[in-house]
Write a protein that binds this ligand. Structure first.
Ligand SMILES: C[S@@+](CC[C@H](N)C(=O)[O-])C[C@H]1O[C@@H](n2cnc3c(N)ncnc32)[C@H](O)[C@@H]1O
Length: 397
């Protein structure tokens, strides 16, 4: 159908949208999602197969570009560089490098300014960031072998929802019997990549204390008793949330006790936290800190199947007093139309650890099975649905 509008003028209109893009992250994300949805509408069947089928190549080539230092070379050069100069700097065969550069330019990771001459694009700077580099290693070397095996693993297990962290697509892909956490701990390369990816993933996002009023919701206005356990971070890693708590709530942090719990080898790496106690603790055993105001867990329960989550929570309940709450800091998926970022995380959890992200209804039934009821859900990060679920025991003994 001839609409009388030329393709060139449509393309010019699309480009002008990008120039008008709003500065704030959430509005930009909405615009980005809309352009992706529109691009999908424009796809012919073969385009869909190209896009989906070649997705692994894009990750592999981004990692190769990163390994060769191509993105840094182009990003830090004041002028575009010729292929022969790049071949000399990287030590890669000229013909091979030309093919690599041609590919990277065709997908926008770098820019081809003229024949055999390449400069940095917007994506080049995104890929030069050290955390982005580590994330490519995380995805290609740790995640991809596991995620590639999801179809075979699910077929071999009769399409049951996996919940055994010792038997997942990860084990097929990495040919190991170890739990993914134990495996990662033994491989410093994967561990470093994972840590960088985890912090990169949350960069620029709201933190839970940006949206959750701890004093109002937990302390009911601020009646903190000196030396009372105030904030226990269970599986708190190296202490980022304890540090955030102290920074954001210096008045009550100086009164009640702050306790960071994790495995001893993790605590050895902990940040300096002058006013927090570091306590080696295994969350499969009874919680030793009694009557704390808040027992907090971030990114713990999404690592496990429902039965294991119930077991972890049941270790906390006997330690809780009438003043205690459990704060579960996790993604809450909407019942319908979950964002692609959230669904990717959910299936990555499936492939790696036979674990999952959960909807509000799922959280309600899981906490109910553990003997808890939810008092409130406070969303603090729209993109992923990251939320604080406040829960108390149904029965206090
Ligand atoms: C996904 S990380 C989350 C870390 C931290 N809460 C955060 O949000 O950054 C899971 C944490 O659980 C800890 N963990 C695993 N098994 C544990 C156990 N049995 N007892 C205590 N902590 C454990 C790990 O050491 C790791 O720090």
């Amino acid at each position: 159908m001839d609409t009388g509008i030329s393709i060139d003028s449509l393309i010019a209109r699309l480009r002008s949208i990008q120039k008008e893009a709003p500065g704030d992250r959430y509005s930009r994300r909405r615009l980005y999602d809309a352009t992706q949805a529109m691009a999908a509408e424009l796809e012919d069947p073969i385009d869909s197969i190209y896009r989906i089928g070649f997705a692994p190549l894009q990750l592999a080539m981004a990692k190769l570009g990163s390994n060769l230092g191509l993105f840094e070379l182009l990003q830090t050069s004041r002028v575009p560089l010729k292929t022969d100069v790049l071949a000399e700097k990287t030590g890669v065969d000229f013909v091979l490098l030309r093919r690599i550069l041609r590919y990277l330019a065709s997908v926008g990771m770098i820019e081809e300014t003229e024949t055999d001459t390449f400069g940095a694009s917007k994506l080049t700077s995104n890929l030069t960031n050290p955390q982005a580099k580590a994330s490519l290693g995380w995805f290609l070397d740790l995640c991809a072998p596991a995620l590639n095996k999801i179809p075979d693993f699910l077929a071999a297990t009769n399409y049951h929802n996996p919940s055994d962290g010792l038997n997942s697509a990860f084990h097929m892909g990495h040919d190991t019997t170890e739990h993914p956490f134990a495996f990662i701990m033994k491989h410093p390369y994967h561990l470093e990549n994972m840590n960088k990816w985890m912090s990169f993933q949350r960069e620029g996002c709201n933190q839970w204390l940006d949206r959750f009023d701890f004093k109002a919701e937990v302390c009911h206005g601020g009646d903190v008793v000196p030396e009372e356990p105030l904030f226990v971070d269970i599986g708190g890693g190296i202490g980022h949330q304890c540090r955030l708590f102290q920074e954001r709530l210096p008045d009550i942090s100086g009164i009640g006790r702050i306790i960071l719990q994790d495995q001893s080898h993790v605590l050895e790496q902990a940040l300096p936290l002058p006013n927090a106690q570091k306590m080696s603790y295994d969350f499969w055993t009874p919680q030793p800190v009694k009557g704390a105001r808040a027992y907090y867990m971030r990114g713990i329960l999404h690592d496990w199947g429902d039965a294991q989550c119930v077991e972890i929570i049941r270790q906390i309940i006997p330690a809780m007093s009438t003043n205690s709450v459990l704060l579960v800091d996790e993604m809450v998926l909407p019942e319908a139309r979950a964002h692609w970022l959230a669904t990717h995380m959910d299936l990555a959890m499936l492939g790696l650890a036979a674990a999952m992200e959960r909807t509000k209804r799922h959280w309600e039934s899981l906490l109910d099975a553990a003997g808890m009821r939810i008092l409130g859900i406070h969303e603090y990060n729209k993109e992923f649905g990251d939320s604080i679920l406040v829960a108390v025991p149904k029965v206090i003994k």
